[in-house]
Design a protein around this ligand. Structure first.
Ligand code: IPM
Ligand code: MG
Length: 371
């Protein structure tokens, strides 16, 4: 298969983790006889500095004409500390999601048995957690009208249409159907009108999926339940803002935010990115965990029905865990750097010869690798 992949490395640790993902994609090319063309483009603070725009027109064009986008991370402290700035890096990512209509952000939270001890939560609580968050990504409060009246008041409007809710709801129900058949809608329907619409639309749609049980939960309770008993969840469906918050919380269950990948899907485009941010403190220190980005590559391959290839990437990641070839966020005592871990995983995509047993390691191999 040939794929044109736009590579948006972004800011902070973005370029370092993307470099490891590209090594893995090159391994996949070689091992499985595919050909990938990488088109690099600027985004975020780097683009703002180079081109005066966090999403330059040429970047958008490259993304639109590619089969998939591999995204690193964005954000820089100088903008976070300036709430009066008129333009900032994150606007580039938001515009990209909107322009490409990437309405469904899929964020799996899966516990890797070898890393069970990494979670700050009790082993018995997190063991066997396997949930996936379907976060609406191109609507809601992120995109409603925004106003600032001098410094006396500010407004962010949250709007959802039935269409926006139903297209992601169908995807989430279909995912639940192929999994443990449970869908939890997370909202704040006791307060917000948008949440009341979500509840009504999703409840109606659930009638078309009789094999999936639907359960509705207020977001404040869901935040507690995710920590107390994450195993109760299968598919979580939620809006843009709640999904942003709950997916970071999910990373605590997994043990490190450096482990969680994501896919952002629209009807014509697809983008793959770690859920973590640009972690500027770690930039160029060779300590960033490349696994979230590499598992995003596995999601990309799975998206294009390259199941065996995706499994090979996941298996190589699992091998790095079992051999303790991990960055310091996973094992504080680890001396391995971002590039060493990336090399190990990329080399093992090529060398997986069946000698490494993945049976008890990978919950999903052979069924669905990531989701
Ligand atoms: C994420 C990030 C983004 C978001 C930021 C960088 C705008 O936190 O992808 O979760 O809020 O969507
Ligand atoms: Mg976030």
């Amino acid at each position: 298969m040939h794929l044109n992949i736009a590579v948006l490395r972004g800011d902070g640790i973005g370029p370092e983790v993307i470099e490891q993902s590209l090594k893995c994609l090159r391994s996949v090319e070689e091992t499985f006889g595919h050909s990938f063309t990488f088109n690099k483009a600027f985004v975020g603070a780097t683009a703002l500095k180079e081109k005066g725009n966090p999403l330059p027109d040429e970047t958008l064009e490259i993304c639109k004409s590619s089969d998939a986008i591999l995204f690193g991370a964005l954000g820089a402290p100088e903008y976070d500390q300036n709430p009066d700035a008129k333009i900032w890096p994150e606007q580039g990512l938001l515009k990209l999601r909107k322009e490409l209509e990437l309405f469904a952000n899929i964020r799996p939270v899966k516990i890797f048995p070898t890393l069970l001890k990494q979670s700050p939560l009790p082993k018995t609580t997190v063991q066997n957690t396997d949930l996936v968050i379907y976060r609406e990504l191109s609507g809601g409060i992120y995109y409603g009208e925004k106003k600032r009246d001098e410094d006396h008041s500010a407004t962010d409007i949250c709007t959802y249409t039935e269409k926006e809710i139903s297209r992601i709801a169908h995807l989430a129900f279909k995912a639940a159907k192929g999994r443990r058949k449970k869908l939890t809608l997370v909202d704040k329907a006791n307060v917000l009108e948008t949440s009341r619409l979500w509840r009504s639309v999703v409840t109606t749609i659930s009638q078309s999926y009789p094999e999936v049980s639907l359960d509705c939960m207020f977001v404040d309770n869901a935040a507690v339940q995710m920590i107390l008993d994450p195993k109760q969840f299968d598919v979580i469906l939620t809006d843009n803002m709640f999904g942003d918050i709950l997916s970071d919380q999910g990373s605590v269950i997994a043990g490190s935010i450096g482990l969680l990948p994501s896919a952002s899907i629209g009807s014509e485009h697809a983008m793959f990115e770690p859920i973590h941010g640009s972690y500027p403190e770690a930039k160029d220190k060779n300590i960033a965990n490349p696994v979230a980005s590499i598992l995003s590559v596995a999601m990309l391959l799975e998206h294009f029905k390259m199941k065996e290839e995706s499994n090979a990437v996941v298996a190589a990641v699992l091998k790095s865990f079992s051999k303790k070839i991990v960055t310091p966020d996973i094992m504080g005592s680890s001396k391995y750097g971002t590039d060493y871990v990336g090399d190990f995983i990329a080399d093992n995509i090529m060398e997986l010869d069946g000698s490494f047993s993945i049976n008890d390691e990978n919950i999903g191999l052979g069924k669905s690798t990531i989701i």
